[in-house]
Ligand binder design. Structure first.
Ligand code: ADP
Ligand code: MG
Length: 388
């Protein structure tokens, strides 16, 4: 789960990470009021959307008066912000964060991710902040330092200081930098983060460190033990198809193709998408309906997949181990009847009670194309989608 910049900053502040003074605004008037509350003479109006690259897309505006703040807010609110990270559909701007302007002397990059091959949290830092880490990796790979954290003891103060030295942070600010890096690490660890990115982390003209931007994602499977984090979810920033799926306990990722996929098991779902591509088609989604899929769940999956207007054919691929093919077949028949399905439907069943499952499909009278194996199912689905 992703959260907004202002939410991430609120969390980080609790872990001792210095952040600029700021306040949330839902209207231009409120934005001007926030600026007055914050004080000073320079403010930054920042669109709160679940995507990066806002600065280059007009989603971050430096303002020199309350009037400018109000105008910038008016321009951003209620519009979709399209950035190079958001995808062409963009993200709707419903909230703004108004921040005090910071006197930037130097920008750094600081990130925390899980390195799956090392099975460790690693800290990634660079003296070249402000641009995307991908761009830094391309243009100045030598500026990047990677420090793995030993899970048994957590991040050590000396490691944080080493990172600060590697970034070339001046002596007077090293202690503050080390505290900031440790604070970020603790927030990431305590809240079960999967990603934390401070880009830029800045050194101010007064030799202080400030997290000027903050992006944070959390492990969905650990949200149950962080009700405070779950509450921060903003469904308006998510793909509505994925939100609906999550609410129904299904694991769904929307894609751009035209073959809808209903599969049990994440690995089989991945293999199914590969086979569709191999057959010259493109999957419309990833969908794992889970191991113990009941007829009811299959019906929910159908409704979800058919909501996507790009879908021209549906491929149901079930390998029943825990599940039973006869239940799945009942679910398919029920779903076709309930949703009044007009699209070509390709079904491949294998595993427990497969004969019974095939019999149910054959005798149901629904229009279904059956396939004996995955390759056949994929090529029949692609052909059906192309013919539609
Ligand atoms: P994004 O990464 O989405 O473009 P950032 O929060 O990183 O958004 O802002 C983009 C740039 O705007 C920063 O690199 C920084 O130069 C400037 N900026 C952001 N917040 C402030 C602030 N409070 N004071 C001064 N400059 C800022
Ligand atoms: Mg940024």
């Amino acid at each position: 789960m992703d959260i907004h910049e202002y939410q991430a900053k609120e969390i980080l502040a609790k872990f001792g990470v210095p952040v600029p003074r700021g306040g949330l605004a839902y209207s231009p008037e409120q934005a001007a009021y926030r600026a007055r509350e914050i004080g000073g003479s320079v403010w930054v109006v920042k669109a709160q959307v679940h995507t990066g690259g806002r600065g280059k897309a007009g989603g971050v505006k430096v303002c020199k008066s309350e009037h400018e703040v109000e105008e910038a807010a008016d321009r951003m609110l209620g519009r979709k912000l399209v950035t190079h990270q958001s995808g062409p559909a963009g993200k709707m701007v419903n909230r703004l964060y108004i921040e005090g302007g910071v006197n930037i002397a130097k920008e750094f990059y600081l990130g925390f991710v899980l390195d799956r091959s090392l099975q460790r949290v690693i800290v990634i830092a660079s003296s070249e902040g402000g641009m995307d880490i991908e761009e830094i990796a391309e243009k100045n790979p030598d500026s990047i330092v990677r420090v793995p954290v030993e899970p048994a003891v957590g991040m050590q103060a000396f490691q944080a200081r080493e990172i600060a030295f590697a970034l070339g942070i001046p002596g007077a600010a090293v202690t503050e930098a080390a505290q900031t890096i440790l604070g970020c690490y603790r927030a990431f660890r305590d809240k079960d983060g999967t990603m934390l990115e401070i880009n830029p982390l800045v050194l101010t003209g007064e030799n202080h460190l400030v997290a000027l931007d903050a992006k944070m994602s959390f492990d969905d499977n650990a949200l149950f033990r962080h009700p405070d984090i779950s509450e921060l979810r903003d469904k308006s920033q998510e793909d509505p198809r994925e939100t609906q799926a999550a609410d129904r306990g299904l694991s769904y990722v929307g894609l751009d193709g035209d073959v809808g996929c209903i599969v049990n098991g994440a690995g089989l779902a991945m293999a199914t998408m590969d086979m569709i591509l191999l057959a010259g088609g493109a999957p419309a989604n990833f969908l794992d309906i889970g191991g113990g899929a009941t007829p009811d769940r299959v019906a929910k999956a159908f409704r979800l997949v058919t909501q996507d207007k790009n879908v021209k054919a549906i491929l149901v691929n079930i390998f029943a181990g825990i599940n039973r093919c006869d239940w799945v077949a009942q679910g398919v028949v029920k779903a076709v009847e309930m949703t009044d399905l007009k699209l070509p439907l390709i079904v491949r069943l294998a595993g427990t009670h497969v004969e019974e499952g095939r019999r149910i499909l054959a005798e149901s009278g629904i229009n279904v194309i059956t396939a004996a194996n995955l390759a056949e199912a994929a090529s029949k689905s692609v052909a059906a989608a192309k013919a539609a």
